[in-house]
Design a protein around this ligand. Structure first.
Ligand SMILES: [Zn+2]
Length: 178
């Protein structure tokens, strides 16, 4: 079993555990992604599932079976996966994957057009010269948003979790006239 990099997000961390309620009562959720869950995503899972423990699996998988093994090893009933579609298709078709609800975080563009830089100038010395400038999209919400850097930055906002049911391949007969 290769589950090397794992970190656990316990929303109640630092709070006293109520007597008689151990970690056994928490529902384990596997978070298979390079990125950490956003605060809004943790909240959305708590609203649906109650007392949860999110285990972040940050491995780079090349085989879908390893993903299933890692999730099953955690005894997670729910798994959020950010993986290539072909791997998701294999997982959903796999017998071993049954018994787990496979979820996808639905992200949409936070706004139309390009991000507009929001310059936050912090000038706190007595000559009033700018000592720090922060660049950030003026529409950025740290609870729900991610910025995907690239040629043009993609600014995505978490909407909701969706249950993955199947990945469909749509085909039609080849006539040569396409
Ligand atoms: Zn933006």
């Amino acid at each position: 079993m290769k589950v090397k990099q794992q970190s656990v997000y316990d929303p109640l961390e630092g709070m006293d555990e109520p007597t008689g309620l151990g970690t056994q009562t928490k529902k384990t959720i596997a978070w298979v992604s390079r990125h950490d869950p956003l605060p809004a995503q943790v909240k959305a899972l708590q609203e649906k599932l109650g007392d949860i423990k999110i285990v972040h699996i940050n491995n780079t998988y090349t085989n879908y079976r390893n993903v299933i093994d890692a999730v099953k090893a955690l005894k997670a009933m729910h798994a959020i996966v950010v993986l290539p579609l072909s791997m998701i298709a294999f997982i959903l078709d796999s017998k071993e994957a049954q018994g787990t609800t496979w979820l996808r975080a639905e992200m949409q563009s936070a706004h139309e057009g390009r991000c507009i830089d929001h310059y936050k100038e912090i000038s706190n010395d007595r000559h009033n010269s700018v000592v720090q400038v922060q660049h950030q999209c003026g529409m950025f919400n740290p609870d729900t948003d991610v910025l995907m850097p690239g040629e043009t930055t993609r600014h995505l906002r978490f909407r909701k979790f969706m249950v993955l049911k199947s990945i469909d391949l749509i085909t039609e007969p080849f006539t040569g006239g396409e």
